[in-house]
Design a protein around this ligand. Sequence first.
Ligand code: BJW
Ligand code: ZN
Length: 247
Amino acid sequence: MLDHELIDLVGAAHSIVVLSGAGVSAESGIPTFRDALTGLWARFNPEELATPQAFSKDPRLVSRWYDERRCNVLKCRPNAGHFVLAQLEKAFQEKNRPFTLITQNVDRLHQAAGSQNVIELHGNLFTWRCVDCGKERDENGLAFDEHPPRCECGGLRRPGVVWFGEALPGEALLKAQRASGRCALFMSLGTSSVVYPAAALVDLALQNGAKVLEINPEQTPLSRRAHWSLRGKCGKTLPDLISRAGN
Ligand code: BJW
Ligand code: ZN
């Protein structure tokens, strides 16, 4: 049962910030970050692979993991949750109201669904960057022949994602923080809310008096602080809510 105050707020909010996490893409067939790894990768811990130290120690292993994930994502399509967020952005643009989509996801499915302004906090799987000269290249095709792939300068290329211990892209983080500190409604969708600084954006919203909605099948550290914490999947709960709100 959806709360009437929430439905009215989604319809009337002067500005919305959405923070999305891996759960939003789960219904597209992309495993969440903390899902147990399967097959060849079952003996690895994702939190240990997603580090600069892992890449330094075994660049071939880390490159193979990211390249396999990149190729899997290329076979996946956005789901109803992604599409309804793209519609919501459009509806807000038409009403001249601010709408900001901040994602921790590296799969670019929001863009594939038609979202135009996406703040990528943790980079993406498709822009591989040379560790020596910094040159970036977009990779949307077949799996690499060599791991890690090499730059023209001979340097190793790495995925353009943000690993543990690395700084987030400064401009993206600043935009995300500004929007979070100004919004009327902050939606935390499909994220475990344990990875910082993304998990601290909601604090900026709460300090500014924003209402907070979480959608997640599981409880998270945010659940008790959110005004609404809906136990459900984004691909169903979110379109239900948005259609009831008339956006
Ligand atoms: C569904 C669903 C459905 C399922 N519908 N829901 C403060 C306190 C403590 C630690 C720190 C701190 N500040 C910084 C740190 C350290 C660290 C950190 O946060 N560690 C914690 C784990 C303790 N943070 C960092 O290191 C960050 N860097 C940093 O702070 O740098 C400082 C610095 C400054 C200046 C110079 C140098 C350094 C970087 C963080 C980078 C995170 N990167 C990753 C990997 C990206 C590449 C890759 O994908 O491999 O980003 S980690 C991983 O976690 C990935 C995700 O974007 C991110 C968040 O995960 P997410 O999206 O929440 O996914 P899951 O799997 O955790 O959860 C999925 C959820 O979906 C679950 O809750 C399910 O229930 C739910 N779900 N189906 C809705 N259908
Ligand atoms: Zn190079």
